[in-house]
Design a protein around this ligand. Structure first.
Ligand code: MOS
Length: 676
């Protein structure tokens, strides 16, 4: 299908959070902490308040009233303690954006500064084992005896990989517009991946009931996880609007986004793998070191994909966390699977090289019967078929396994492969379908974050009703619609679609309105290992003079249940793969160890792939039947595309130059350092 909202988007008629025309709107601009740790001694807003157009200053001098459930980064101006550099410590509200910004600059904040600690190290004395890792997995798992397995191995690989701080950079900045009505009801136009959950979190933060808050987010210009939970701008807009008695708008600058919208934790990952003479794993151990803030414990589930991938008699995974004077890390496309599979799939390549086995054959040899950690049967698993089909399409049989042998002038050419995986789950959702003059209106508080959710849901409803898709209209992005889970964890379509199908079935027996709530249906889902799988192939050329890496080809082959819409799916897969290329070669936020906070906080310095970097990216998929998932038979596809790409590219770089760079991103200086 063509995107049902395509026309309004290209015509500039799709309204984003900051764009709703509102009478009497005013503007808030935040003041950010200049220290990474300490406390605020005094805030002097007298000069700011005397400036033209200024309506109010909010700060901890006179803390705004919040509810008892206000927590973490959303508990704005409640404490005098500073948790990280860039934290919001005050805000100015004025009649124009420029006046608000000027007033914010004039607010004087005096600090009492403490020594900060912002550097993640694998030997940090404050590392600890978190109880759970996101979103609720056990931190550590052990099966069998890893040391015995390593001792018995013919080939052992013991390697450490590091990945930097990474930031989501959606095109649409984080923005909110808040309005209070005379009955004390709050309306927030926010940019969010879930209006039901945002409503609940904003209500909890402000001490309101869910009925007193409405969140509207009809179009979202990308999120990738950074809009998966409410961010400070939504709460700040609401507090400022309450303080001045007028609507308040706030749009974060790109630089502010780097400070307060979450990021992917840096990781240090140690992998130990042992294999017998045939290449069968005798032991597999994956330990991840990561950071969180002092405000909130967020522990990324980096080692969890290793619990899913390969058969081994001894398997240990572990996470160690240290709380630093940094902002709280959060979700970034495939949290856990993405950095974890970078390390695991790089290490598998190293094992293949050390054992003299083809990297595809090594993976096929270690294909498990059941999920390695849990022992659960897979609902479906077609990793081997993806590897085989990818090898055929990519021309893997023409590859010389010896690295560093293919040269064209200054360029060294190499190819690499890596596996992908991502969980395929669903959450409870509600939906209502109404027949109106022969057409059908689907209502669900789903979110379309650029993925094409409207289009997918229209197609699902049309299929369930047995009508043409153009007779179905989808209304989403509003918390006043039937409650729905957020667009996250690649569970959106599976969750909302289940409810839409059930509502359509109900309509068919009920007449004109169908309603569904899948809470009980989802609770009855059998306990199975449900995951999508894929295989990624990369061809790179590495310049032996400059160290530049160009990606000549990327191929992803995925097995992700039934693909509901080819155009939408392709867009998700190649989008994820492109983001994976950024992770492999370009993306990196520097932590400023001297002053705290981050450096490279804009798109001139935080490099993401441009069109010219994406020379040839192809995504295909296998037909996969899986009757254990949901009425559509679909698996989520929003995140698996980024999983494995960085490893495939890194493995290709190794194949090209014969040296391994184990620290992302693989930049020219690092390449040159290995070569000379
Ligand atoms: Mo995704 S990181 O679950 O928005």
């Amino acid at each position: 299908m063509n995107r049902v909202e395509g026309r309004v988007k290209v015509a500039g008629l799709a309204t984003y959070a900051a764009e709703y025309p509102v009478e009497g709107v005013t503007y808030a601009y935040p003041v950010q902490s200049r220290i990474a740790k300490g406390r605020i001694r005094r805030i002097d807003a007298r000069d700011a308040l005397a400036m033209p157009g200024v309506l109010a200053v909010l700060s901890s001098e006179d803390p705004p009233r919040l509810g008892p459930g206000a927590e973490g980064e959303l508990a704005l101006f409640q404490s005098r303690e500073v948790a990280y550099r860039g934290q919001f410590v005050a805000a100015a509200v004025a009649d124009t954006y420029e006046n608000a910004r000027a007033a914010a600059d004039a607010i004087v904040v005096e600090y009492e500064q403490d020594l900060h600690d912002v550097a993640l190290r694998a030997d940090h004395p404050n590392l600890y084992r978190p109880e759970k890792v996101n979103p609720g997995f056990p931190s550590d798992t052990v099966k069998g005896d890893v040391e015995a397995g390593l001792n018995a191995a013919e080939t052992v690989v013991d390697v450490t990989y590091t990945t930097p701080v990474l930031h989501n950079n959606p095109m649409e900045p984080h923005a909110a517009l808040a309005l209070w009505d005379d009955e004390g009801r709050l309306l927030v136009y926010d940019t969010t991946q879930g209006t039901s959950s945002s409503r609940d979190l904003i209500a909890q933060t402000l001490g309101l009931s869910g009925e007193q808050v409405r969140v509207v987010s009809r179009h979202v210009g990308g999120g990738f996880g950074s809009k998966g939970t409410s961010r400070p701008q939504a709460v700040l807009a609401a507090l400022a609007a309450r303080a001045v008695g007028r609507p308040v708008k706030i749009v974060l600058t790109r630089q502010q986004m780097f400070d307060v919208t979450g990021y992917r934790t840096p990781t240090i990952q140690r992998l130990r793998l042992g294999a017998d003479a045939d290449g069968r794993l005798t032991a597999l151990e994956h330990v991840a070191y990561e950071q969180s803030s002092t405000l909130v414990e967020f522990a990324e589930q980096t080692a969890t994909p290793t619990r899913v991938m390969y058969a081994t008699p001894a398997l240990r995974t572990a996470h160690r966390l240290v709380r630093l004077d940094v902002a709280t890390p959060s979700w970034m496309r495939a949290p856990g699977e993405c950095p974890g599979m970078y390390a695991l799939e790089s290490a598998m390549d190293e094992l293949a090289c050390a054992a003299g086995i083809d990297p595809i054959e090594l993976r096929v040899l270690n294909e498990p019967e059941t999920e390695p950690d849990s022992g659960l049967p897979f609902s479906s698993r077609n990793l081997v078929a993806c590897l085989r089909e990818g090898a055929r399409r990519f021309g893997w049989d023409r590859r010389d396994p010896e690295p560093g042998r293919h040269r064209e002038g200054e360029w060294l050419i190499g190819t690499g492969v890596a596996s992908s995986t991502y969980p395929a789950k669903r959450r409870p959702s509600k939906a209502v379908v109404t027949m109106r003059e022969g057409d059908f209106l689907v209502q669900v508080a789903a979110a379309d974050i650029g993925t094409g959710a409207r289009t997918a849901l229209a197609g699902i409803a049309a299929g369930a009703l047995g009508v043409a898709p153009d007779r179905v209209h989808v209304e989403l992005g509003d918390s006043d619609l039937p409650d729905a889970p957020l667009a996250g964890g690649s569970m959106g379509t599976a969750s909302w679609g289940s409810a839409v199908v059930r509502a359509c079935e109900h309509l068919k027996v009920n007449g004109s309105v169908g309603r569904a709530d899948t809470t009980e249906e989802v609770a009855r889902d059998a306990e199975l290992a449900r995951h999508a799988f894929g295989a990624q192939f990369a061809e790179v050329r590495v310049n032996s003079v400059t160290g530049e890496v160009r990606v000549s080809r990327l191929l992803g082959v995925f097995a992700a249940g039934r693909i509901l819409d080819a155009a939408l799916a392709r867009s998700q897969f190649i989008g994820g793969m492109t983001m994976g290329m950024g992770m492999a070669l370009m993306e990196e936020t520097y932590t400023d160890e001297e002053f705290g906070g981050f450096l490279r906080r804009d798109l001139a310095q935080y490099h993401v792939p441009a069109c010219a970097d994406a020379e040839r990216i192809e995504a295909v998929w296998l037909e996969e039947e899986d009757g254990d998932l949901n009425p559509m038979g679909s698996k989520g596809i929003g995140e698996i595309g980024i999983v494995g790409t960085a490893a495939a590219i890194g493995n290709a770089v190794h194949h090209a130059i014969g040296h391994r760079v184990r620290d992302l991103p693989i930049t020219p200086p690092k390449i040159l350092r290995t070569m000379f």
